[in-house]
Structure formats: C-alpha cells, structure tokens
Write a protein that binds this ligand. Structure first.
Ligand SMILES: Nc1ncnc2c1ncn2[C@@H]1O[C@H](COP(=O)(O)OP(=O)(O)OP(=O)(O)O)[C@@H](O)[C@H]1O
Ligand SMILES: [Mg+2]
Length: 381
C-alpha cells in the first residue's frame, strides 16, 4: 500500500519528485498551514516531510502535531546536521533527519523507517494511578494491580514507578533495583529490548518493576521523554501499570497512550476536593472516557458516601477498596503484595478489580510510533 505523505514548506520541486518516484501519495502544504492541519482530529498522512532547508528554527506547529497525533512519523530535510536544531527536533518528537545533499534513496529509506513499523505493532493497555492526596494508598493499589494482572493472566506485566526520586514501589515488592526510570528516560533514544530489560527488576511476586531512583535528581530530567518510555514499555509487555506522582504537572501531561487514568481518593473532604480538581484537569487533557475514581480504605459508615464522591468529582467510581491497615502494613513490611497470599477482603478486592482491567486488553490494541534516526543517534545497536 502506498504511503500518504504530507510535504510541508517545500523549497523546490525536488522533494516532491523524489517522493512521487518512490510511489508515495503526496500532498503539499505551506509551512503556515501546518498548525491548522496538526489541529485536525483525523490525519490522512502516514508521515510528514518538513523542508527546513531555508529555515534556522523548527516550526512551532511541530509540537502541536506530535501532541495531537503522537503516532505520526516526522522527517526533517535540512541543509546541515545542525546540532542544536537536531536537539530541538528530537525533543519535539521528530523521527528522522535527512541533510543535504539529499538523495531519493535516502529520503525514501527515512520515510519507510517511520511509516512501516507503525502499521503492525500492537501495544499493551496502560493503567495509570494517581493519588488525589499523598498517602491515600496509590502505590498499594498500583503494586497489587500489577501483581494480580501478572498472576491472573500469566502475561508479562510491568509496573513503572514514575515518582522519579524516592518512590517506594520497590519496597512493596521486596526488591532493590540497580537501575531506575531515570536511566530509561536519560537513554530514551537508545532503548531496545535488551537494554530495557536490563533496567527493570524482576520480582518474586511476578511483575517486573521499573523503579524510582533512590537518589535525588541532581540533573534536570526531560520529563517529555516519559511518554516515549511508556510507549516502549507497552510494546514489550502485555500490561503496563503506572504509579504516578500527583504533584508533577509535566509528568501528568505525558500520558497520551494511557488506557485508563484512575484517581485514588478517600472519604476526607480535602481529598475529595483535590480529586475533583485533578479529575477536571485530566478530563480536559485526555477526555472524560479515560478518567475515573477509586476509593481507598472505603468505609460505608463514613459521612461522605460513594455517591457524594462521584457527584463532587464528576467521574464514575470504578472501585471501592476496603480498609485493612494491618494487612496493608504487614505486606509492606515483608515486601510481598497482599494479592500473593490473598487471605483478606482487601486482597480479593484488588483481584476483582484487576480481573476487570484484564478484560480491557483485547480492546486496547493500538498502533504505535516507531523509533527513527534519533533512536539510532548515540545508540550502539
Ligand atoms: N486499603 C487500605 N487499608 C488500610 N491501609 C492502607 C490501605 N491501602 C494503603 N494503606 C496504607 O496506607 C499507607 C500509605 O499507602 P501508600 O504508600 O500506598 O500510599 P500512597 O498514596 O502511594 O502514598 P505516597 O503519597 O507517599 O506515595 C501505607 O501504610 C499503606 O500500608
Ligand atoms: Mg506512593
């Protein structure tokens, strides 16, 4: 099947001719029209080829394009290998860079790399959990859900602790990982299967863990790379579970391919109000269909009932997890998730919830974006 290419800001007819010779369906647009096209909900193009040969900066619409359509391939044609421009391009999610003298073969190869893998790779469902307040039980839920998914389905499951520093999912799983999610982010462009599996810790309970770092982050972390790491994990595993930091707005902006976003609340007024604010922001960013609420330590005699929470937050209550402080603390102290022994109502509740999530696996297959030239820069594959 011929690829559909949108050629943007072409300086002359050379690129158009190259693409036509390669048998591609090409439509040409002016640079000024890129933002309008990027904002459309449906894209006809498999890839965009952007002629930057007479430009010394990236069009700002590129970021809009990647944000609206993360899976679309982007190839830049430039006069030189300008390092700072390339860095900006990499950050904007550009997949390939071709510099002068441009040949027809080189351009076609670059496009094939960004288009072909996308047509066939399915990705796993990604279930994200974020607390409406600190200490509500988010990590407890994420850890037990990841463990239950692995045990119920026997499929490869990854828990990612996205609290970049000092998250505690590793404690809950009784492991001391050598590497962390920071290593994945910092090496995002050289991730391949072997490298990624070297970063994760295997756990006795079942799921693999990409842990939080136990060192404070001294260097600035480019959180925008997180979305690429999540996508990569979703191609390597059958299920991906995310334990999210609630106070990191940049991180909460990177969840493009997440299947469901569960806000964890309890029955305290301050938490419910904070859940409402968070739900509103997340619905605005990702649409209402993916955002829901779970109540941790649910007490049916509490003044604030589940209907009050649903009404205040304006999102459906997906699950109520009962309270069992003793079991929760014991499990944490021995580093063994509650669902492993499944002796308590709370453990049974995690399992029931996870069984529901595992049923979503069939519906979540989605195409994903390929690794392009920036995947090979600095990479020793
Ligand atoms: N359903 C529950 N019933 C009783 N206690 C619970 C329950 N879930 C979690 N806990 C306990 O609450 C405490 C906080 O849990 P957890 O670390 O999972 O919360 P968190 O929201 O991830 O916190 P943080 O904001 O620090 O990341 C722990 O001591 C845990 O054992
Ligand atoms: Mg936590």
């Amino acid at each position: 099947m011929a690829s559909n290419i949108t050629l943007v800001g072409a300086r002359d007819r050379q690129l158009l001719e190259f693409l036509r010779i390669a048998g591609m369906n090409v439509s040409s647009i002016a640079m000024a029209d890129l933002e309008r096209i990027a904002l459309s909900t449906e894209l006809a193009a498999d890839a965009f080829v952007i002629d930057l040969r007479n430009q010394d900066e990236l069009p700002s619409a590129l970021a809009v394009l990647k944000r609206q359509h993360p899976a679309v391939g982007i190839v830049i044609v430039a006069s030189t290998l300008d390092a700072s421009l390339m860095l900006d391009a990499m950050r904007a999610g550009v997949n390939e860079w071709v510099s002068e003298p441009v040949t027809q073969v080189e351009l076609k190869t670059a496009i094939d790399r960004v288009v072909q893998p996308r047509q066939s790779v399915a990705t796993a469902p990604v279930f994200a959990f974020v607390g409406a307040k600190g200490g509500v039980g988010t990590t407890t839920i994420a850890v037990n859900v990841a463990t239950a998914l692995r045990r119920l389905t026997t499929k490869k499951t990854l828990l990612m602790d996205l609290n970049l520093a000092c998250g505690d999912a590793a404690l809950f799983l009784g492991v001391e990982p050598r590497f962390s999610v920071l290593d994945a982010i910092e090496n995002r462009h050289r991730l391949d299967s072997a490298f990624f599996h070297g970063l994760v810790a295997q756990t006795k309970a079942g799921p693999d863990l990409l842990a939080s770092s136990d060192r404070a982050t001294l260097r600035p972390v480019d959180v925008r790379e997180v979305s690429g790491v999540i996508d990569f994990a979703a191609r390597e595993y059958a299920f991906v579970v995310l334990d999210l930091p609630r106070a990191d707005a940049m991180m909460l902006d990177q969840l493009e391919h997440v299947t469901s976003l569960t806000i964890v609340a309890n029955q305290e007024l301050a938490t419910v109000r904070s859940a409402a604010r968070l739900a509103s922001a997340l619905r605005q960013r990702y649409g209402g269909g993916r955002v829901n609420i779970a109540v941790s330590r649910y007490d049916k005699t509490s003044d604030i009932g589940k209907d009050d929470i649903a009404r205040t937050v304006g999102s459906p209550i997906k699950h109520l997890f009962p309270s069992d402080y003793r079991a929760a603390v014991e499990a944490l102290n021995v580093g063994k998730p509650m669902v492993v022994d499944n002796h308590t109502r709370l453990a049974a509740s995690f399992i029931e919830f996870s069984r529901g999530l595992s049923g979503q696996a069939e519906t979540a297959a989605e195409t994903s974006k390929p690794v392009g030239i920036f995947g090979r820069f600095g990479a020793k594959r």
